[in-house]
Write a protein that binds this ligand. Structure first.
Ligand code: HXC
Length: 258
């Protein structure tokens, strides 16, 4: 299969070949947590290239301001940077009020913000474990609840949760993130909106041989993740709800023979 364009850095794409109609999200508004860098930034870019205005939100306003400028320049759409901490419901409420004041609507929520680090279970402090659950799981719930109460309850909308397959089989040094992602899977399947689960395919592990046990023999790129989010956020998935879409090159389904 032809791979979509991507760049490893937090720059926008230098070229982009459309797969979907460029109007797919025309004049919609997407709220993307953790949208200032990485996969969240690429999701914002791909959504904007499909006619969507975006709100990117995180704790780092400088990073968001820089990202918003780049995103608007490349797409011609509006991008509003807002400072939030998904662990603080008050900050989310203020952000959603601001979104509704600025845009008058919000159609899509992408719960992409996450916190993680590698650490043996035996070395995790009480607060270290709690912090990752707070960001990944409670943060997803908090943001969904605020957007639902303030807009989706009366107008509908799509929620896309970005997660990982860490919670499926377990992984060394990841008991905290695996627990959080497993909980997010249940949060997703049990919900009454549209959700999505995915794996970034080890984007940062480029060591030789690291991908040999992945059926597709490579890492996924950020644009591929954004295309999954686009499908789930858009009318392309109009009869899909509570679904978990794993985009990991088949990785979690199999393991090496040796
Ligand atoms: C052990 C650690 C640690 C580490 C922090 N802690 N880093 N413990 N090893 N490397 C502990 C601290 O000692 C502290 O516990 C507690 O965690 C909270 O740390 P703080 O720094 O006070 O918290 P905070 O400032 O809120 O930072 C949150 C964070 C941080 C998650 C810890 O790393 C962060 O903000 N990262 C940026 C976001 C991020 O990580 N994005 C990557 C997501 S990737 P004590 O007991 O000392 O108080 C992702 C994908 C996963 O999620 C799937 C991949 C395949």
């Amino acid at each position: 299969k032809l791979l979509p364009e991507d760049v490893d850095t937090d720059d926008c794409l230098t070229s982009y070949t459309y797969i979907y109609s460029p109007d797919l999200l025309k004049d919609q508004v997407a709220f993307i947590t953790g949208g200032g860098s990485g996969i969240g930034l690429r999701i914002a870019e791909i959504f904007m290239r499909h006619g969507c205005d975006t709100v990117i939100a995180s704790r780092n306003l400088d990073k968001l301001n820089e990202a918003a400028k780049k995103l608007s320049a490349v797409s011609g759409r509006r991008c509003l940077p807002l400072c939030i901490d998904v662990r603080q419901p008050d900050s989310i409420m203020a952000a959603v009020d601001e979104i509704l004041k600025e845009f008058g609507r919000v159609d899509i929520l992408v719960n992409n913000a996450a916190g993680n680090f590698l650490c043996p279970a035996t070395a995790l402090s009480f607060n270290a474990f709690k912090t990752v659950l707070d960001i990944d799981t409670l943060g997803t719930f908090n943001t969904s609840k605020v957007v639902y109460e303030k807009w989706f309850k009366d107008h509908g909308g799509s929620i896309v949760n970005i997660s990982a397959t860490l919670g499926y089989r377990g992984q060394a040094l990841q008991v905290h993130a695996g627990s959080a992602k497993a909980a997010n899977g249940e949060l997703t399947s049990s919900e009454d909106a549209r959700f999505f689960l995915k794996l970034s395919g080890g984007l940062r592990v480029e060591a030789a041989g690291a991908f040999q046990s992945i059926p597709l023999q490579r890492a996924g790129n950020k644009t591929e993740m954004a295309h999954c989010a686009l499908f789930l956020a858009s009318r392309a998935s109009s009869y899909t709800t509570g679904a978990i879409l794993v985009a990991d090159g088949g990785a979690w389904l199999t393991s090496a023979n040796d």
